[in-house]
Every structure is written in structure tokens, then in C-alpha cells.
Design a protein around this ligand. Sequence first.
Ligand code: ADP
Ligand code: MG
Length: 245
Amino acid sequence: MLEIIKLSKSFGSKNILDRVSLTVSDHEIVSVIGMSGTGKSVLLKTIIGLLVPDQGQIILDDQDITDYSEQQYNQHVRPIMSMVFQEGALWDSMTVGQNIDLALKIQKHLTEEERHKRIHDSLEMVGLPPIQDQYPEELSGGMVKRVAIARAIATQPKYLLYDEPTTGLDPVLSNMINDLIVDLNNRLGTTSLIISHDIPGVERISNRIAMLYQGQIVHSCNAKDLWRQDHEVFNQFIHGKAEIK
Ligand SMILES: Nc1ncnc2c1ncn2[C@@H]1O[C@H](COP(=O)(O)OP(=O)(O)O)[C@@H](O)[C@H]1O
Ligand SMILES: [Mg+2]
């Protein structure tokens, strides 16, 4: 279980996260929605230890990881938690295989042969042919997203954080990525936290949906009850209304 308790983060005088609390239970898919620039990416980067929170706690499997050092994150958190970055974040100078191998090399117990198999299997799992020798610039946008997911799942993590996995993709590819997220949850038993603007997509694949607004989780609900909420800001957002500031 991932528990985020009253997490705050500012940059200079800008309070981005203001006592954010959110729990993701084992095997759940929880989506966080919210307008651009509200701190959704900051939230995920703080959870995975790329940003240091000012206040609050992050509890992972009953362990308080909030004050973990970089070394502790590498040792105890990143082997069980992966993030799919918004733009894929692949290294252009490395092949697909080398990109995926970077994540695997953190796990010192894997032999080279085992790492090769993990690279092959993770590409297969996201529906890609064995393209480990190609470079990111040779791939389409949808393929880059899938390679980013393959890299994230290669370590067989218990937790997956997805930052806008379908943004910029056409509806067919978006559906494919959404189906893949559910499939991975079912097949690998992962627990997923997704950031997304794709309201029909999150409605279809999430268990719960939470809205980040002005630094706080202002509302959350079961996905199946998405259209029956009694919360003005939440309803305006999911209906795409412009009144909210
Ligand atoms: N490393 C950083 N340093 C300073 N400001 C940042 C940093 N990362 C994000 N921000 C600011 O935090 C705010 C929220 O950003 P972000 O989490 O990327 O929003 P989004 O909800 O669109 O993902 C933005 O105003 C952004 O400029
Ligand atoms: Mg973002």
C-alpha cells in the first residue's frame, strides 16, 4: 500500500502541493486528474524520490520512506516502484535495449543473460517486436510511450506511476495503452497511480479517481460513480467547463 500523508512541496514562494493526502491500496488503479500546472508531475516525482518534500510523509508497505537518501531509494524503493515519465524520457544516444537495461542494472543480482531476457519479455508484454537495437528517434510517438512502459515494467515492480501515459496519442493508441495498464495490473499484480487528462480512459480503467486542485486533493470517488458527484469544481473539470480558476 502507498500512503501519502499531508505532503507539501513549494518552489520558492510557490506552494505547489499543500498537504496532499492519498492512499493507493494493493492492486488498485488510482487516477489523479487536474489542470495543467497544478503539481501532478511534482507529486509523482516526489513519491519516487526525485524531489524532496517540505512536509508530510510517504509510506510504502508500512515503511516511512520520506527521508530516505538517494542510496536508500535505489536500494529499497526503485526496485519495487517504477515511473513512466510524461515524455517517455528515453536517452536518444542509447538503443531501446540499452535504455531498458539502465533500469535493470540497478538490480545487481540479475545476470546479463537474465537482463536480456527481461528486455525481450518486457517489449513483448507491451506488444512491441524485438526492437532493442533501434534508437528512440527511429520510433513513432506511440512506440516511445510503449518502450517507456517496457522500461518501467522490466524490473517487475510492485508499484507503477504513470505520468500522462496517453497524452498526445490518437484514440486507438490511447485505448491500447489503457488496456495495457489494466492488463499489467492483472497479470503482474501491480498497484498503479496514474496522472491523466483522459477522462473516458480513467473512468474505464481506474478503481478510484481523485482531483488535485490548488495544491490539494479536493475530491475523490469510485470511478463507476464518476458522473454522479456532488462537487462543483470536480464536475466542472470532468465536463471540461472553463469556469474553474
Ligand atoms: N523543479 C522545479 N523547480 C521549480 N518549479 C517547478 C519544478 N517542477 C515543477 N515546478 C512548477 O510546479 C508547478 C507544477 O508543475 P507540474 O507538476 O509539472 O504540473 P502538472 O500538473 O501539469 O504536471 C508548475 O508551476 C511548475 O512550473
Ligand atoms: Mg505533468
